[in-house]
Ligand binder design. Structure first.
Ligand SMILES: Nc1ncnc2c1ncn2[C@@H]1O[C@H](COP(=O)(O)OP(=O)(O)O)[C@@H](O)[C@H]1O
Ligand SMILES: [Mg+2]
Length: 275
């Protein structure tokens, strides 16, 4: 019998690398766990997976094992803090460097199980806007775009919103301004970004969080301790917690409803199996 997927899949993307996607993914996931939600985190930066490092975990099994042994993603889970379930890629593994579209779609079809079993599935993506990234984003119902207030990051985030919105599959974008000096700076960055998008694209942008530049986050990265757990009173942790509260509450921004349509476009893969 087909499983009904009741959880929400949230993609974290940005175009540019090094802007804070993985930190956001890990901290948001843990923050949702702290609120009692069942959460899985899929590290979609397949060959340069690093979410596990940020939590000081050592995955015994990775996506490679699932692909080789034809296992569902739910069987290669690494248990993280607060009951978080991590599905990790590898680091520098050939098997994950150039996966075929078919393999990627098998992986994505296995998302459904994780969605069904959890309240939230967080999908951290790699840098760039190639098919690897886009297909993972299309498979999610909510898209968070990380923007920082520097020209290169702006341009890459714009390119990301452009490709996604022009596909016709994503029209709501939750914008997280990272590394802001303060709330006012965050609002200004969002306003400038929205100004550019509104001039050229048809997309709904929502400013869902401003994450400040925070020394505690850097310390956390160096000690493999996410600030939402190790420094819950820090400015960054409060921003992540606030975002989790917004997304789970009555004022949550709209989601893109037709993510499930992704699957109807693919040749129906075997339930659960990856290859
Ligand atoms: N809010 C922040 N305050 C301070 N440093 C940050 C912040 N966000 C990101 N960084 C720094 O940027 C680095 C890259 O973040 P990461 O989440 O790995 O980016 P991405 O996944 O987009 O490549 C972090 O390791 C940290 O050093
Ligand atoms: Mg990353």
């Amino acid at each position: 019998m087909t499983q009904i997927h009741n959880g929400q899949a949230i993609a974290i993307t940005s175009g540019k690398g090094g802007v804070g996607k993985t930190n956001l993914s890990v901290n948001l996931a843990l923050s949702l766990c702290k609120q009692g939600k069942k959460v899985a985190l899929f590290d979609g930066d397949l060959a340069l997976a690093n979410a596990y490092i940020m939590m000081g975990l050592s995955p015994k099994q990775t996506l490679v094992d699932a692909l080789q042994a034809d296992l569902p993603l739910s069987s290669i889970i690494t248990e993280g803090p607060q009951g978080l379930k991590l599905i990790s890629g590898g680091s520098g593994l050939n098997e994950l460097m150039n996966i075929s579209a078919k393999t990627r779609h098998r992986i994505i079809s296995s998302f459904r199980e994780l969605q069904a079993e959890n309240d939230y599935l967080i999908v951290d993506t790699a840098a760039g806007i190639d098919d690897n990234v886009l297909d993972f984003v299309y498979a999610c119902n909510r898209v968070l775009v990380v923007v920082v207030g520097e020209p290169a990051a702006f341009i890459d985030a714009y390119a990301c919103v452009k490709v996604l919105s022009q596909s016709g599959r994503v029209n709501h974008f939750d914008i997280v301004v990272n590394r802001a000096r303060d709330e006012a700076h965050g609002r200004d960055v969002f306003k400038r970004f929205k100004g550019i998008v509104d001039r050229f694209l048809t997309a709904n942008l929502y400013h869902v969080a401003t994450v400040p530049e925070d020394e505690k986050l850097l310390v956390g990265v160096n000690n493999c301790q996410p600030p939402v757990l190790s420094a819950p009173k820090s400015k960054a942790a409060k921003a992540f917690d606030g975002l989790a509260t917004l997304l789970t509450g009555p004022n949550a921004t709209p989601v893109n409803e037709d993510a499930a349509a992704f699957f109807t476009k693919e040749s129906a893969p075997q339930q659960g199996a990856l290859q």
